[in-house]
Design a binder for this molecule. Structure first.
Ligand code: GLN
Length: 534
């Protein structure tokens, strides 16, 4: 196609308007036209990456195949586009500054005074263009975190201004704002949008496209007014109205010709509007599934926040659609669970999901839930810490080691069935103490995991420090908990299962990160199938 095109997505008026979904939808529509597309997120915070952030602060930490701890928006990009993102797809202010400061220490700037402009902005621009120049994508969509007007966003906006100036038609800015509805006046208000666009204009950026988030249909008159006051073409003002699912947004954008407008503005041929056949089929199937009587899955964890288990919730919902049933995820706070109230807490649950996590808090409740699910043969899926808890609960209540634990929880017990292993140290990336990113796993034929994947060799993403302690492996297997997935390089245990039960599987890796709209994850499909046939 020639030069890579750059689309910037900024947001104004309020946060949480769904820049990630709009970026993903634009990406999806361009991809459907045969273009190669990637999306990257620039976060204006000082942390080097979100790995150290509490899920309450920033929701789930997503992990890329190359082992980068990333913003959860990268999960949306992968689920919508079916692409794999990498470390280059998520940059923070912390990383930009670190790289500039490292260069300064190396003497790369030859004695110059290092300033936000041009050094920080140049580094931002270099990172914006990295994927385009390296991997030759047709489109690189860059989502800028935060809201226009924030002090920390300024260097990013200045970089966009410069890039727009340098790249001309090859760069375009989509600005997402909010049009509130004042119930008392019965009116939709465009003033916040006008102010937000003024804010952008004051730093020298004229947005090319405006996407207006709204809970009510916007009239043609209102859009015309916004176009006139904000200096934007009328057909470049589109609405993003609340949808029943985020996966409908690409279709809503296509119906308003958003991709067409973008292509025209960038001087590209428009051609035929893509059918988006498989996407529509998914949505139709989903709609039918949502009408069924829901099956309840207990999500046992300690972060009572939608975004904290984002990918797990999405993977469960996708698996529901492909099993033609609605999955209702019921959060169960593990901190509240006791042997006395567990039967009530899990009443009516068709399946139990024990999620990932760090630290001691809420751990004992997970053992309580696991014991109950195991003894009552409820389909159960443990992910990462969830799998580790499966192993500890089994050691305590079946192997008879009352003090069994993970070294993360208790340094002293002789029965650290979850431990830091030499093998883990050997394969962990230099400097890092966590096993991060995709690792191979060999599945045992005949196991639930093997049946689900339908293949012996898989690769899945990791994010953890502790491992199943192989010293205890024989005892586990003799007592009925099998190690059915092994890392071929290190011998580390990646999957445990209890074959005697209906569906009791724990994975040390995170399968939820690789479940996409058009390619739901086999383990989630298999888990929901088992839960339905309860
Ligand atoms: N805290 C555990 C570990 O570090 C599990 C991590 C996780 O669930 N992602 O091994």
């Amino acid at each position: 196609m020639g030069e890579t095109k750059y689309i910037f997505v900024t947001g104004g008026v309020a946060s949480s308007l769904g820049k990630g979904i709009i970026s993903s939808s634009i990406g999806k529509l361009l991809q459907a036209r045969g273009y190669s597309v990637t999306i990257q997120k620039f976060d204006p915070y000082i942390n080097i990456d979100p790995g150290t952030l509490n899920p309450y602060e920033h929701g789930e930490c997503y992990v890329t195949v190359d082992g980068h701890e990333a913003d959860l928006d990268l999960g949306h990009y992968e689920r919508f586009l079916g692409i794999e993102t990498t470390k280059a797809n998520n940059i923070t202010t912390g990383r930009i500054y670190k790289s500039v400061i490292d260069k300064e220490r190396r003497g790369d700037y030859l004695g110059k005074t290092i300033q936000i402009i041009p050094h920080i902005t140049d580094e931002i621009k270099r990172n914006v263009k990295l994927l385009g120049t390296k991997s030759k994508f047709d489109f690189v969509i860059t989502e800028i975190g935060g809201t226009v007007g924030d002090i920390e966003s300024l260097p990013y906006l200045e970089s966009i201004r410069q890039l727009k100036w340098e790249l001309g038609k090859d760069a375009l800015c989509v600005h997402l704002t909010y049009v509130p509805y004042l119930a008392a006046a019965g009116e939709l208000k465009t003033k916040p949008t006008q102010h937000s666009v003024k804010e952008l204009q004051s730093v020298g950026i004229q947005p090319d496209v405006l996407v207006l988030r709204t809970e009510h249909e916007l009239s043609a008159g209102l859009r015309k007014k916004v176009a006139l006051f904000c200096n934007v073409d009328e057909n470049a003002v589109v609405q993003s109205i609340d949808a029943s699912t985020i996966y409908e947004v690409p279709l809503l954008m296509q119906a308003q010709g958003l991709d067409e407008t973008i292509l025209k503005k960038m001087g590209l041929p428009v051609g035929e509007t893509p059918e988006l056949g498989p996407w529509r089929t998914f949505l139709e199937r989903r709609e039918k599934a949502e009408e069924t009587k829901p099956i309840h899955i207990a999500l046992v964890g300690k972060y009572d926040l939608q975004d904290a288990y984002k990918s797990i919730r999405e993977a469960l919902s996708q698996a529901g659609t492909y099993n033609d049933c609605k999955v209702q995820v019921d959060f169960v706070n593990s901190e509240d669970l006791t042997n006395e109230n567990i039967a009530q807490a899990l009443e009516g649950m068709a399946g139990v999901m024990i999620g990932p996590g760090f630290g001691q808090r809420g751990i004992e409740g997970k053992f309580v839930a696991l014991k109950y699910a195991r003894e009552n043969n409820i389909p159960t899926f443990g992910i990462c810490l969830g799998m580790q808890c499966m192993a500890i609960e089994f050691a305590r209540n079946v192997l008879g080691y009352e003090d069994a634990n993970s070294r993360e929880m208790n340094e002293k017990t002789p029965h650290n069935v979850i431990d830091i292993m030499e093998e883990q140290k050997a394969i962990t990336n230099m400097g890092g103490t966590m096993r991060l990113g995709a690792y191979e796993c060999t599945l045992e034929k005949g196991s639930k995991a093997y049946e689900a994947y339908g293949t012996e060799h898989i690769q899945e993403r990791h994010r953890h420090r502790y491992e199943f302690n192989n010293e205890f492996k024989e005892q586990y297997e003799a007592a009925g908990m099998k190690c059915t997935g092994i890392n071929p390089e290190s011998g580390l245990v990646e999957i445990v299962e209890i074959p005697a039960l209906k569906w009791f599987v724990g994975t040390q890796f995170h399968p939820e990160y690789s479940s996409t709209v058009l390619k739901p994850h086999p383990l989630f499909l298999s888990f929901i199938k088992a839960a339905i046939s309860q």
